[in-house]
Design a protein around this ligand. Structure first.
Ligand SMILES: *[C@@H]1O[C@H](CO)[C@@H](O)[C@H](O)[C@H]1NC(C)=O
Ligand SMILES: *[C@@H]1O[C@H](CO)[C@@H](O)[C@H](O)[C@H]1NC(C)=O
Ligand SMILES: *[C@@H]1O[C@H](CO)[C@@H](O)[C@H](O)[C@H]1NC(C)=O
Ligand SMILES: *[C@@H]1O[C@H](CO)[C@@H](O)[C@H](O)[C@H]1NC(C)=O
Ligand SMILES: *[C@@H]1O[C@H](CO)[C@@H](O)[C@H](O)[C@H]1NC(C)=O
Length: 415
């Protein structure tokens, strides 16, 4: 009794919208996120001797690891470990909710090793995602992911990780242009996604404007979106890649009195700071931390420059089949200025916000993007398009199953 894919009311408009959104990002390669050459040092982490006596032996290399404790374990520090016996709990065939855009297997991806890597923090073991325990934690609650298409991937991953444990008549899915809702009736729980790629309002939210230079952001307006976030028990936000798709961000303040002409052009990190501050003010003034938990998924890195990992002949992430295994690898696909903005704003908020810090972990995974196993305007790339990765390889989005399942493993550990 597999619910049919055709039933999901994902409108053709949404499909086109997504294709354009992607095109907007795809065709502006000379963007900020490719410029910042980065030197990266890992944050201070606790010393090995603090661990002694605390816990059992980890598997790999017999090193000592403690039980996962978000306060103590720096999960960002670790390695991807190949494990041939891992089987993803779902596929893009078994889970009816995976969008065509990220259904790499169905779209013809020939290799599958990218599904066999597990993130292993150095200092602790990350708990496995336990679908029944996750559903139990959501009992009587609304969980909502808010943000862009990468956040939508995390939402679909979460739904797919739990949905096979729910009998067909006990679950439902309603896809909408802005809000999509998966319900687990027996648990009286919902797992929702709200589309707001900048979090703040813009002229390119539902009617996506392909040309980044024509997008105008209302950096101090959020209520039109945020009114849909009220009453949710667990909110998970993200916003990043859309800010990076033009060199400068056309930004508007206040009401429309000065029309759409009155914008100012700001550098992305400056506009981002104002936009995120608007979000932070909304959270601080609206959210009761005793009732609602707030999470923020950090930047999802892109893999647009194969020179970053010394593959000089490569075309972005095209044909990559293994992760970058160099420890602490940091490429040019995440803008550290944005990371600084995020931490400085969140540090000063009243309402506690938990980071799902996926950036460093995902930096390694040049092998796990959708690349040419994706769609454009609702159609899987044809063979000719697949042979033209310069034009078509998507090195922003991630295959499902895949890396977003690890993001949810991390999220689950904090839940
Ligand atoms: C590999 O995966 C299997 C199945 O999930 C698990 O039982 C085993 O412990 C893993 N091996 C290592 C070395 O982590
Ligand atoms: C179901 O959950 C909602 C919140 O999502 C809550 O308002 C309602 O009271 C719950 N109903 C039952 C029967 O538990
Ligand atoms: C949250 O709960 C604590 C302890 O019950 C209470 O002191 C605090 O005032 C509450 N905060 C809000 C915003 O209601
Ligand atoms: C991509 O990989 C395939 C299979 O390994 C190979 O035949 C092809 O030449 C590669 N393409 C490029 C552009 O490297
Ligand atoms: C996320 O983790 C990286 C290290 O992997 C760190 O540099 C960065 O500051 C963290 N970001 C936040 C917002 O905490």
């Amino acid at each position: 009794m597999k619910p049919s894919r055709a039933k999901a009311p994902l409108s053709i408009v949404a499909v086109i919208v997504c294709a354009f959104a992607f095109a907007g990002v795809l065709y502006t390669e000379d963007v900020g996120l490719l410029r910042s050459a980065t030197v990266f040092t890992l944050g201070a982490c606790f010393k090995q001797d603090e661990l002694s006596g605390e816990g059992g032996d980890g598997g790999v290399g017999g090193s000592r690891r403690i039980k996962f404790d978000p306060e103590k374990c720096n999960v960002m520090k670790g390695t991807w470990v190949y494990n041939a016996s891992i089987k993803p709990t779902y596929t893009d065939e078994t889970c009816p909710y995976v969008d065509l855009q990220v259904s790499c297997g169905k779209n013809g991806r020939p290799d599958s090793d990218y599904l066999n890597w597990e993130w292993q923090p150095d200092e602790c073991d990350l708990p496995r995602f336990d679908p029944e325990a996750a559903l139990e934690k959501l009992r009587g609650k609304r969980l909502m992911f808010v943000g862009d298409s990468l956040q939508r991937g995390q939402w679909q991953s979460f739904v797919c990780l739990v949905e096979s444990y729910i009998p067909a008549e006990q679950k439902s899915m309603r896809r909408g242009r802005a809000l999509s809702v998966f319900k687990a009736k027996e648990y009286n729980a919902s797992i929702e996604f709200y589309w707001a790629p900048f979090l703040v309002q813009s002229n390119s939210d539902l009617h996506i404007i392909g040309d980044p230079n024509k997008r105008i952001l209302r950096v101090d307006s959020i209520l039109k979106h945020a009114k849909n976030w009220k009453g949710v028990d667990i909110l998970v936000f993200n916003t990043y890649v859309w800010w990076m798709s033009g060199l400068r961000i056309k930004s508007l303040w206040g009401s429309f009195t000065n029309g759409e002409e009155g914008f100012e052009e700001l550098d992305a990190p400056i506009a981002y700071r104002i936009g995120l501050k608007t979000w932070a003010n909304w959270v601080d003034s609206t959210i009761d931390p005793n009732k609602t938990r707030v999470f923020f998924t950090t930047m999802s890195p892109t893999h647009m420059r194969s020179a970053d990992w010394h593959n000089r002949k490569g075309i972005r992430c095209y044909n990559e089949t293994i992760p970058v295994l160099e420890k602490g690898y940091w490429g040019s696909g995440s803008d550290l200025r944005i990371m600084k903005v995020v931490s400085s704003i969140v540090d000063r908020m009243k309402v506690p916000v938990t980071f799902i810090n996926i950036t460093q972990i995902s930096e390694h995974r040049k092998d796990a993007h959708t690349s040419v196993y994706t769609e454009i305007q609702g159609k899987v790339l044809d063979d000719e398009q697949k042979l033209n990765p310069k034009k078509y390889a998507d090195c922003i989005h991630w295959c499902l199953p895949g890396v977003p399942d690890t993001w949810n493993q991390l999220f689950y550990a904090y839940l």
